[in-house]
Design a binder for this molecule. Structure first.
Ligand SMILES: *Cc1c(COP(=O)(O)O)cnc(C)c1O
Length: 358
C-alpha cells in the first residue's frame, strides 16, 4: 500500500499563509484591494524604465552577490557592505535568520497578534514559537517578552510598527529590552513599515545595531518603495550574522530586475517619500474619522488601520466586499484595512459608519 512519500512531521504544524484577496468587482463601483498593505501608487516611471531595459537580459542569471544593491544600501545607511544581506523579500531573509540561529526545538519569541508569516517560518525551521500577547492597546509587551527568554531562545522578533495592529515600539522601551536580552540571542527588528512611522519616539534601529551586536535590522522594498511584486528585502547586522545569511540565502534569489528596481528606487526616494507622506496624512485622516465614529482603533504608525471587531470581523469584511473593498479579516479578532487610494479610504469610512449604525 502506498501512503505517499514520508514528509517531515513538522509540516503538520505549519499554518498556511493566507494572502490578502484580490479586489472583487461590484457592478458600478471601482474595486479596491486594501488587504495586503501594498503601496497603491504605480511604480515610478524611472523605475519602470530600468526594469524594462533589464528585461532583455533575463536569459542570464543575476549577480549572485547583488553587488550594486549592496553598495547602494551601504552608502545609503552608512554601514559596511559586509553587514548587509539581501534576499527574496524580507520574508525570505527572515526565513534565513531563523535557519542560521535555530536548531529543531529552539525557541523564537514574538508578539501575537503580529505578522502572519512568523509562525510559518518558525515552524518550517522546526523551531518553536513563543507568542507573547500584545497589550490591550495592541502594543508589544516588551517586558513580558524579555521575561519569556529561556536557555532555548535563539531569536526574538520585534515588529515595529506592528502588522496587523499598527502601534510602534518606542526607542526607550526597545533599548531597555535590549539591555535585558542575553547578548547571544539575536533580536530582529522588523521594520517593514519604517518609512510610515512619523512618531518622535520611533526607534533609531541603526543606532541600536551599532550599540548592541545582537541586533539585526530587517527591511523591505515591498511597502514604501512599492516593489512588492519584485521580492527584495535586506538585513543589516554584524558581519557574523550577515555572512551566515548570505550562506543560507536562496542562490540567485534576488533577480536582476529586482536589484535594478531597488537601486533606482533608493535613488528616487525623495519622489517616493512624497507619496509616503500623502499616505501618512490619509492614515491620520482615516484613524481620526474611525475614532470619531466610535471605533476603538489602536494607534498606527503603518500604512493600515486595525479594527478590533472580534466576532464581527468576518461580517465587516463581507460588508466591505459588497461595496467593492477587499480588506483583510482575522476571524474572531479584527480586520486590517490598508490605506489605499483616497476613494478607497473614503468608501471604507462610509462602510464603517453604516456598519456601526446597522
Ligand atoms: C509586508 C511585511 C514584510 C515584507 O515582506 P516582503 O517579503 O519583503 O514582501 C515583512 N514584515 C512584515 C511585518 C510585513 O508586514
Amino acid at each position: 500500500m502506498n501512503d505517499g512519500v514520508r514528509l517531515r512531521k513538522t509540516l503538520e504544524g505549519v499554518p498556511a499563509y493566507k494572502p490578502g484577496k484580490p479586489a472583487a468587482p461590484v457592478e458600478g463601483l471601482t474595486a479596491y484591494k486594501i488587504s495586503s498593505n501594498e503601496n497603491p501608487y504605480p511604480p515610478l516611471p524611472s523605475v519602470v524604465e530600468v526594469v524594462a531595459e533589464a528585461a532583455t537580459n533575463m536569459n542570464r542569471y543575476p549577480d549572485m552577490a547583488v553587488t550594486r544593491l549592496t553598495e547602494a544600501l551601504a552608502e545609503r545607511w552608512d554601514v559596511p557592505k559586509t553587514h548587509i544581506a539581501t534576499g527574496t523579500g524580507s520574508v525570505g531573509v527572515l526565513a534565513s535568520l531563523i535557519n542560521i540561529t535555530c536548531e529543531p526545538g529552539d525557541e523564537v519569541i514574538y508578539a501575537w497578534r503580529s505578522f502572519e508569516a512568523y509562525p510559518i517560518v518558525v515552524a518550517l525551521a522546526g523551531a518553536a514559537s513563543v507568542q507573547v500577547p500584545v497589550t490591550d492597546t495592541a502594543e508589544h509587551d516588551l517586558s513580558a517578552m524579555a521575561a519569556a527568554v529561556t536557555d532555548q531562545t535563539r531569536l526574538v522578533l520585534v515588529c515595529t510598527p506592528n502588522n496587523p495592529t499598527g502601534p510602534h515600539v518606542t526607542d526607550a522601551t526597545l533599548r531597555e529590552f535590549l539591555g535585558q536580552v542575553p547578548s547571544d540571542v539575536l533580536v530582529v527588528i522588523d521594520e517593514a513599515y519604517l518609512e510610515f512611522n512619523t512618531a518622535q519616539d520611533a526607534p533609531d534601529s541603526l543606532a541600536l545595531y551599532r550599540e548592541f551586536p545582537n541586533v539585526a535590522v530587517l527591511r523591505t522594498f515591498s511597502k514604501a518603495y512599492g516593489l512588492a511584486g519584485l521580492r527584495v528585502g535586506y538585513c543589516i547586522a554584524q558581519e557574523d550574522v550577515a555572512t551566515a545569511l548570505r550562506k543560507a540565502a536562496t542562490p540567485f534569489g534576488v533577480s536582476d530586475l529586482a536589484e535594478r528596481a531597488a537601486v533606482a528606487s533608493l535613488a528616487a526616494y525623495d519622489e517616493l517619500d512624497v507619496r509616503v507622506q500623502a499616505l501618512v496624512l490619509e492614515r491620520q485622516r482615516v484613524l481620526a474619522a474611525l475614532r470619531e465614529q466610535g471605533w476603538p482603533v489602536p494607534d498606527t504608525e503603518a500604512n493600515f488601520v486595525w479594527m478590533p471587531l472580534g466576532e464581527d470581523s468576518a461580517a465587516f469584511a463581507a460588508a466591505c466586499q459588497e461595496h467593492g473593498l477587499t480588506v483583510r479579516p482575522f476571524p474572531g479578532d479584527g480586520v486590517r484595512c490598508s490605506i489605499g487610494e483616497s476613494e478607497a479610504n473614503e468608501r471604507l469610512l462610509e462602510v464603517a459608519q453604516a456598519f456601526r449604525n446597522r
